[in-house]
Design a protein around this ligand. Structure first.
Ligand code: ATP
Ligand code: MG
Length: 435
């Protein structure tokens, strides 16, 4: 449900508030000082902090910017004394979202907790981005990605196997990580183990996946744990599952059906509790017809199918992703780039993106590296696209640019909205909204 940190030097207060938080189904941390508070937020994922203003080692208000600097998305509710009205105003200015005045009834605390938690959960649900690994976020807002978002939420709540399919670079691994992270609940320590079934030889895949027992072959001088065992309690992500050698497929099938496996040369079954997410960009049904993939395994893996649409079919995401990558890379490379030229936006919207999001990401990274001015032209794409005669110096805000582009496509489609929507890769409703 969420994790909450209570920062107060009064032990009794921490204790009784913790009990309420736990009863509400949230996980709870407590800290008695500013230093302890910072230590906890550095090493845990916290959604909400109840922060006392008067702490033994620091002033709660001074802590707010420091906390926000470590995790900008965290919500802070101040715990204040009756005579601290001035401090409350200051705290709200610093970014606290609410406050509760001591002494308060537990019911008051409960109501503020559920109010704030509800808004955090809503935000998590409707937010365009899913916080996932420390390497990035999943960005999308297109209609085409709505079923994917729904499927991720659904998959996170159950432990059935998931099969993620889609062209290369569409974000299959990101989806797997998102399911893992959203499904963690209170168990933040569960591991995500990735196996690339295409990268290893047949023998290696078996020993990497299932491990081996001491003495099972000449060099086996000790027991070796396989990745399946290491993923116990967490997620096993089988990437490029279409390349899993047919000889190993029964062993995987057994793992899914009975949650048990044997090490190479092992004499006893080992039981594990893992969730399996597989991904592939090959046509598994064709592999089945060609006798390279077992049909029974396919059905076992495909309990929850998630199909990622190619980037060219979710045009609404292109500029959103482009901006996200631009901000990320310009920050990393400390460049002060303002944005994309209109021509660059047109070119990106019209490009086919065979390599999908990965291609977009890589192109933007390259452009940012070589960019000498303030605006990205996406020069490498412009040669294959010249629909709008654009002056590279005529910088337009994104919204204006989008308007211009839509108008252009409408003109080309003789004002036929269905045709224009099709050309733009968006639904008629979205087009109507935009108009
Ligand atoms: N919606 C998204 N938001 C942000 N980044 C994304 C998104 N989708 C993909 N990416 C990024 O694009 C790159 C490719 O994604 P990922 O590795 O998940 O693709 P894939 O489908 O597994 O590709 P492949 O089939 O080649 O293994 C990664 O850098 C990933 O972080
Ligand atoms: Mg991948």
């Amino acid at each position: 449900m969420g994790s909450i940190l209570i920062v107060d030097d009064m032990e009794d207060m921490c204790y009784s508030l913790s009990n309420i938080v736990k009863k509400e189904g949230c996980s709870v941390f407590t800290a008695a000082s500013g230093a302890e508070c910072l230590e906890i937020i550095r090493s845990n994922i916290i959604d909400l902090i109840f922060l006392d203003i008067g702490l033994p080692d620091s002033d709660g208000i001074k802590l707010i910017p420091i906390i926000k600097n470590i995790t900008p998305d965290i919500d802070i509710v101040m715990i204040t004394g009756v005579n601290e009205a001035k401090s409350v105003v200051e705290a709200l200015k610093e970014g606290a979202i609410d406050y509760i005045v001591k002494p308060f009834e537990l019911i008051e605390f409960k109501s503020i907790l559920s109010r704030v938690m509800q808004s955090i959960l809503m935000r998590k649900k409707v937010h365009l981005c899913w916080q996932h690994t420390d390497t990035g976020k999943m960005i999308c807002s297109s209609e085409a990605m709505k079923p994917v978002q729904k499927a991720i939420h659904m998959a996170a709540e159950v432990s059935a196997s998931v099969l993620v399919t889609g062209e290369t670079g569409t974000g299959k691994e990101l989806v797997a990580q998102a399911i893992h992270e959203q499904g963690l609940g209170n168990n933040k320590r569960a591991v995500f183990v990735k196996v690339d079934c295409g990268a290893l030889s047949e023998n290696l895949v078996e020993s990497e996946l299932f491990g081996y027992a001491k003495g099972s072959f000449t060099d086996a001088s000790h027991d070796k744990k396989g990745l399946v065992e290491m993923a116990n309690g967490g997620t096993l992500f089988l990437d490029e599952i279409g390349n899993l050698p047919i000889s190993l497929q029964p062993k995987l099938l057994r793992l899914i059906e009975d949650s048990t496996f044997r090490k190479i040369g092992g004499l006893k079954d080992i039981k594990v509790q893992i969730r399996i997410i597989a991904a592939t960009n090959c046509d598994i049904e064709k592999e089945i017809r060609n006798g390279r993939f077992r049909e029974d395994l396919y059905y076992r893996l495909n309990v929850l199918p998630i199909v990622l649409p190619p980037l060219r079919d979710r045009k609404d995401d292109i500029l959103l992703l482009a901006n996200y990558f631009l901000h990320r890379f310009k920050k990393e490379m400390r460049k002060s780039i303002k944005g994309f030229t209109p021509g660059a936006c047109c070119a990106m919207l019209a490009h086919k993106w065979q390599g999908n999001v990965r291609e977009l990401r890589n192109l933007i990274e390259r452009e940012v590296i070589f960019c000498k001015g303030e605006w990205l032209t996406m020069h490498c794409l412009q040669s294959d696209h010249k629909t709008i005669e654009s002056d590279a110096n005529a910088i337009l805000p994104l919204k204006e640019m989008e308007k211009k582009y839509i108008q252009e496509i409408l003109n080309k489609s003789s004002n036929n909205k269905s045709k224009a929507a099709r050309l733009l890769g968006i639904s008629r409703t979205t087009l109507r909204e935009k108009l």
